[in-house]
Design a protein around this ligand. Structure first.
Ligand code: E4P
Length: 218
């Protein structure tokens, strides 16, 4: 399973990349706004800066909701760097845009996915990645992981090539379950990735090993 970081914060992207386990980055307009990145030129430069840090795919989201606008933006974003994946919302024109951009050899990430029917359409259109939002489903009392399991099964039965990118991750359990259920990728805030490292028995065990070493060598 690939690990993407879900942020537009360059320091956090560097920190995750330095761990040596980072496979890519996802952003969205809210994450760009959080970093105060505004204006087309600044947005483009920021994506370029992200691409210079990481080796893998970098999802950059369109803000148009009509086919022509999405294509125009998608081609502009894809021209920044070959790592760019154009993130397109799961709407009618979005499906058409995914089909078109895929036919032009541009990678796509179908975002704002909350149901299995949407997942089937995105795969049919040839999306490179599909982003089901686990946390936002959990927030409204639906089990986001059930959706991941359902899509994994459908894609396996149908032989779809689209990679399932579990998004809207809120905690380390989401990451572990996504791996268990067979998601191809997770995108997560740095905090949840780092939380995977922590275990109280690791900390107390290490403390004892170091104390015993010190006693034995003093
Ligand atoms: C990633 O592609 C999504 O934009 C992101 O994971 C959404 O996460 P949120 O529900 O925490 O905003």
């Amino acid at each position: 399973m690939k690990f993407f970081i879900d942020t537009a914060n360059l320091a956090q992207i560097k920190e995750a990349n330095d761990l040596g386990i980072l496979d890519g980055v996802t952003t969205n307009p809210s994450l760009m706004a959080k970093e105060g990145i505004k204006g087309t030129d600044n947005v483009m430069q920021h994506y370029k800066a992200i691409c210079e840090i990481v080796e893998g795919d970098v999802s950059a989201e369109v803000i148009s909701i009509d086919f022509d606008g999405m294509i125009r933006e998608g081609e502009m974003l894809a021209a920044i760097d070959e790592k760019i994946v154009v993130k397109i919302p799961m709407i009618k024109d979005g499906i058409k845009a995914i089909k078109y951009l895929t036919s032009m050899g541009i990678k796509t990430n179908c975002t704002l996915v909350f149901g299995p029917g949407q997942a089937i359409l995105a795969a049919k259109a040839g999306a490179t990645y599909l982003s089901p939002f686990i946390g936002r489903l959990d927030d409204i009392s639906y089990d986001g992981m059930d959706l991941i399991a359902q899509i994994v099964q459908i894609y396996a039965v149908q032989g779809y090539q689209t990679q399932i990118l579990a998004a809207s991750i809120r905690n380390p359990i989401h990451i572990i379950k996504a791996a268990q259920y067979g998601a191809h990728v997770i995108t997560s805030p740095l905090e949840s990735i780092l939380a995977l490292i922590k275990h109280p028995l690791t900390d107390s065990g290490l403390e004892k090993f170091l104390a015993d070493h010190k006693k034995n060598n003093s």
